[in-house]
Design a protein around this ligand. Structure first.
Ligand SMILES: Cc1cc2nc3c(=O)[nH]c(=O)nc-3n(C[C@H](O)[C@H](O)[C@H](O)COP(=O)(O)OP(=O)(O)OC[C@H]3O[C@@H](n4cnc5c(N)ncnc54)[C@H](O)[C@@H]3O)c2cc1C
Length: 375
């Protein structure tokens, strides 16, 4: 019997656990540890902030879901992993101390390095959890005039909600008759091409920004905030009445100091999703080292690859599944201009970009499909 421990109850951890339960015989034990028993469907948090859905629509109970599939769930905080002794140290929660494993899947996502931006905690809204999305909703409802600023901090790896929020606000203000009283600005630490990873995508977004009179300011690396201004490293100051920023991301601290991460703390993996240089440890999702935005579909695909290889390893077969990086996303909230983007990272070809109402709808249908398949 093998003891498989999965760390993290997000897209990567849940899909890895479910695929393993499907592929491994009943004799093996699968346990998932996460700090909260709620699964959060992050891509819906923009719609939550704009009042299109409620917290119950974007989350489900992990313990019940996993138990139905014979996966144990432990609600607890992971402090660190100890590969030489094959244990995980649990700081607090339903268990404490060390949990042993035979095989490990690390899926703890990214850390929000808010401490890198002075004043972030006090003055910025963000959309990285349900409570923050609800508090952003209240601020949106109170905005009738002034300037709204959206953007990513340097090191953030999540452009989609920045653009979706800017477009959603433009539409909301127009509906309320307040559009001409509010200036909307998107700031980027780089250029649009670099932020979105592709010139075709950047051109399509720029066209929509212009069409909605949304200002775009490139190469602004915000380093500190006051209650009404963002100060960039070049000394430029951007005043705001409402600010939504994606904070810098870093890898999970539970993997640091083990020599398995890059300089930003992301775990180095090979194409089989095995942690480079370590047997019996796989890593998937936002916690791993790859270029470009951190996306849910990447976590899901990596989890499928890791689960297939881990199951083969346990069964004594050769692990043959390989992950090939690609980018797929929908920028919704743009009505008939909503964008679908697909880019294969193994070629130099430009991304495929499609536009239409369908993609916004497809994104919402995908959310429901995910819930039905996994909850
Ligand atoms: C507002 C928003 C919009 C987005 N839109 C899109 C989109 O349109 N399309 C798309 O593909 N992606 C989108 N994403 C990105 C996507 O949500 C992430 O890439 C995805 O969640 C990554 O999955 P993961 O399993 O790697 O990490 P996560 O989903 O972050 O899961 C990590 C899990 O580990 C737990 N955890 C972390 N640390 C510990 C610890 N120390 N101890 C115990 N548990 C811990 C967390 O609680 C969490 O359950 C969006 C994200 C946000 C925030």
């Amino acid at each position: 019997m093998a003891k498989v421990l999965i760390l993290g109850g997000g897209f990567g951890g849940v899909v890895a656990a479910q695929r393993l339960a499907e592929q491994l015989g009943d004799a093996h034990q699968i346990t998932l540890v996460s700090r909260s028993r709620q699964f959060i469907f992050y891509p819906a948090l923009v719609r939550l902030a704009f009042g299109a859905c409620e917290p119950a629509d974007v989350s489900f109970d992990l313990r019940r879901t996993l138990l139905n599939r014979r996966i144990n769930f432990i609600e607890a905080e992971v402090a660190r992993i100890n590969p030489p002794e094959r244990t995980v140290t649990i700081a607090h929660g339903e268990v404490e101390g060390k949990l042993p494993y035979d095989y490990l899947v690390f899926a703890l996502g990214r850390r929000l390095a808010t401490e890198r931006i002075v004043g972030f905690y006090e003055h910025a809204h963000h959309l990285l959890n349900v409570d923050k999305a609800i508090s952003f909703r209240k601020a949106i409802n109170n905005l009738h005039a002034g300037r709204a600023v959206f953007g990513q901090c340097s090191g953030a790896r999540l452009p989609v909600p920045v653009y979706e929020s800017a477009f959603a606000l433009a539409r909301r203000l127009k509906e309320k008759g307040d559009r001409e009283h509010v200036k909307i600005t998107v700031v980027s630490p780089t250029t649009l091409d670099l932020e979105l990873g592709d010139a075709t995508v950047a051109a399509a977004i720029k066209k929509s920004l212009d069409a909605h009179q949304i200002e775009f300011l490139p190469n602004l690396r915000i380093e500190s905030l006051t209650h009404d201004s963002a100060i960039a490293t070049n000394g430029e100051t951007i005043n705001f009445n409402l600010l939504m920023l994606v904070p810098p991301f870093r890898g999970s601290s539970a993997a640091s100091y083990l020599g398995i991460t890059n300089e930003e703390g992301y775990i180095n993996v090979d194409a089989s999703m095995r942690v480079a240089g370590h047997e019996r440890i796989y890593a998937v999702g936002d916690c791993t080292n790859f270029d470009g935005p951190k996306m849910g579909h990447v976590a899901v695909r990596q989890a499928e690859v890791a689960a297939a290889n881990l199951a083969a390893e346990i069964d004594g077969r050769t692990p043959l599944s390989r992950y090939q990086h690609e980018l797929r996303f929908v920028i919704g909230e743009l009505g008939s201009e909503s964008l679908y983007v697909h880019k294969n990272s193994s070629t130099d070809e430009l991304a495929t970009v499609r536009q239409g109402h369908f993609w916004n709808w497809a994104k919402q249908v995908h959310e429901k499909y995910w819930e039905v398949m996994h909850s």
